[in-house]
Ligand binder design. Structure first.
Ligand code: DQA
Length: 138
């Protein structure tokens, strides 16, 4: 099983970015925990703040990986391009958010990812990623 976590803009700042919303752990530390927990799963991690780079990565992995766990962050709410990229590939995508976007500002209730995702997991803090990985192993 080969999975990749793709994180969008500002998620490189996890640990110091609005810790009351996103927690105080860096993603690098959390990713090491995930690799330890899911030893039998090939797990990769990619982050970019640039929309086109996220689309390039989705295209690159989107025909031979078993799954993509995507937190497109702010681009979730704006990016027709990322939605189209997900439509174009064959690898299933699970959309993830750390926070419960539906309990936040109205503009975060709209997602260009949800209609083309296999499923959506949000609001469980960093554990949302763990649950998304688990969903591919069921
Ligand atoms: C987020 C929620 C988005 O609305 C926000 O722009 C983010 C992070 C989350 O994981 O909770 O950057 O995707």
């Amino acid at each position: 099983m080969k999975l990749i976590i793709i994180n969008g803009p500002n998620l490189n700042l996890l640990g110091k970015r609005e810790p009351e919303v996103y927690g105080s752990k860096t993603f690098e530390d959390y990713f090491s925990e995930l690799q330890f927990k899911f030893k039998n799963t090939q797990l990769e991690y990619y982050q970019s703040n640039i929309e086109g780079e996220l689309i390039d990565k989705i295209q690159e992995v989107g025909f031979d990986y078993d799954g993509i766990i995507l937190n497109a962050a702010a681009y979730t709410h704006t990016s027709v391009g990322i939605g189209d990229a997900i439509k174009a590939i064959t690898t299933p995508v699970v959309e993830v958010h750390i926070s419960n976007t539906f309990s936040r500002e109205e503009f975060r209730h709209q997602s260009y990812i949800s209609p083309v995702a296999k499923g959506v997991i949000l609001g469980f803090g960093l554990n949302s990623y763990d649950l998304a990985i688990t969903s591919f192993l069921l």
